[in-house]
Design a protein around this ligand. Structure first.
Ligand SMILES: NC(=O)c1ccc[n+]([C@@H]2O[C@H](COP(=O)([O-])OP(=O)(O)OC[C@H]3O[C@@H](n4cnc5c(N)ncnc54)[C@H](OP(=O)(O)O)[C@@H]3O)[C@@H](O)[C@H]2O)c1
Length: 401
């Protein structure tokens, strides 16, 4: 669908400087939405590097379409398959790399002006950190990075004056609402949550929820892990920690409200009593475009039909129904190893749930056990964060076994 606004957009494009993008997680939901923006705004954006995981077919199609300088896949074997296919198609001059180092080669490529961090999980952490160290502005979708290593990433960004622009729709909304006030004037950051597909399901039916039911999100189409995380509300918990790190506020100043319409993407309450909310269509291309173009706002057709709006409902979250949210607030207070363990244990538990090895209710119980067994610690380097992440995963697997 064409969403760049015709002549208005064209006249804006006259003075823009082309931004060359490195897209980490290019084959995923956010990665593909980012590429659709590049397609719509060719005067503004080009592709320099693509990092993907295991989807060789999509990585091949993207490489043929965008002709980046470098492409990375998760393993050497997959990179070999891609290189062979490119060779057979007569496409030369594109570097094909792999693994964590491959993703770093993409995120630090000398021609990249902006990095979109959208690999799922901590697999994207090193490449995101290295991008910041290399002075590249980052559009951050990968919330797990911020949860596991937020203190390290934001300190590195502050030191180098590198912007980290949130792509997560809630944080993107908060970023927009914060543009009108000062940090000391903020009373609360309000994150909205749709409540997921089980907001009204009787609690005694939670144990019987199947992966197929949990994968049906009422308002957003997203990757598998984040969709399950939305159903347990662990996703909102990760977002609470992400908000604390990104906007430098304690967990006590972040509040969550259930808002089933997903129309208000989040809000900022100021000390004078004013609450600013950001409203837009539920389409991730808008926060991605905002992050790519910041501080500009390119014209688009991603408009919201305010005249058709009838209801904006808000209600407090039920922590009995969603224990993952309670666990996340507790982990946010402790920070360090507990934030890392929250994310790692959840990733392991979600995988087990998707493979029908544990019930839906096994996700919070696994996380709770792992958090209880995690000693308090504050890793000071990315290597220590990754070691702490591995420990938490081993604990989670041991509990599940
Ligand atoms: N989707 C949304 O609406 C949304 C909204 C807010 C925030 N986010 C966040 O954005 C991130 C991406 O979400 P998504 O929904 O786009 O997920 P997704 O559709 O599952 O895509 C994940 C991407 O990560 C890649 N990947 C996985 N493991 C990798 C590895 N070891 N090395 C390199 N690449 C790897 C995948 O590659 P292959 O597919 O090739 O294996 C894919 O490109 C997550 O952190 C999520 O929480 C997403």
């Amino acid at each position: 669908m064409n969403f760049a606004r015709g002549s208005e957009a064209k006249s804006q494009e006259l003075n823009v400087i082309l931004k060359r993008l490195a897209i980490l997680g290019s084959t995923g939901s956010i990665g593909q939405s980012t590429l659709s923006i590049v397609e719509q705004f060719p005067e503004r954006y080009a592709v320099t590097a693509l990092a993907a995981g295991r989807n060789v077919d999509e990585a091949f199609a993207q490489t043929v379409r965008w002709r980046p300088r470098v492409v990375s896949l998760a393993t050497e074997e997959l990179a070999g398959l891609l290189a062979a296919r490119l060779g057979r198609a007569g496409i030369t001059g594109i570097e094909v790399v792999h693994g964590a180092q491959g993703a770093i080669a993409c995120s630090t490529h000398k021609e990249a002006d902006f990095v979109v961090s959208a690999i799922v999980g901590v697999a994207g952490l090193e490449a995101t950190h290295e991008a910041i160290l290399a002075g590249k502005p980052v559009g951050l979708a990968n919330k797990e990075c911020m949860v596991a290593a937020g203190e390290i990433l934001t300190a590195a960004a502050r030191e180098r004056n590198v912007p980290i622009l949130p792509i997560d729709s809630e944080h993107n909304a908060v970023h927009q609402c914060l543009r009108v006030g000062a940090h000391h004037e903020v009373k609360y950051i309000w994150l909205t949550a749709s409540g997921g597909p089980f907001r009204q399901l009787p609690l005694d039916q939670f144990a019987g929820i199947t992966p197929a039911q949990a994968l049906k999100h009422p308002t957003w189409v997203m990757g598998r892990r984040i969709t399950i995380d939305s159903a347990t509300m662990l996703n909102k918990g990760l977002e609470v920690i992400e908000a604390c790190r990104l906007f430098d506020v304690p967990p006590s100043r972040v509040r969550v409200t259930i808002h089933p319409q997903s129309t208000v993407h989040s809000m900022v309450e100021y000390v004078d009593g004013s609450i600013l909310a950001q409203i837009s269509v539920t389409d991730m291309r808008l926060p991605i475009l905002y992050a790519l173009a910041y501080p500009e706002r390119p014209a688009s057709t991603l408009t919201f039909d305010l005249a058709a709006l009838r209801h904006l409902d808000f209600e407090p979250p039920d922590l009995n129904r969603f224990p993952c949210l309670r666990l996340a607030f507790e982990a946010a207070e402790k920070g360090g190893a507990h934030s890392i363990a929250l994310n790692a244990a959840d990733e392991v538990a979600v995988e087990a749930f998707l493979e029908s090895r544990i019930p839906f209710t096994g996700i919070p119980s696994t996380i709770e056990k792992v958090l209880a067994a995690t000693p308090e610690a504050h890793p000071a380097s990315i290597a220590q964060v990754l070691a702490s992440d591995r420990e938490a995963r081993e604990r989670a697997r041991a509990f599940l076994a």
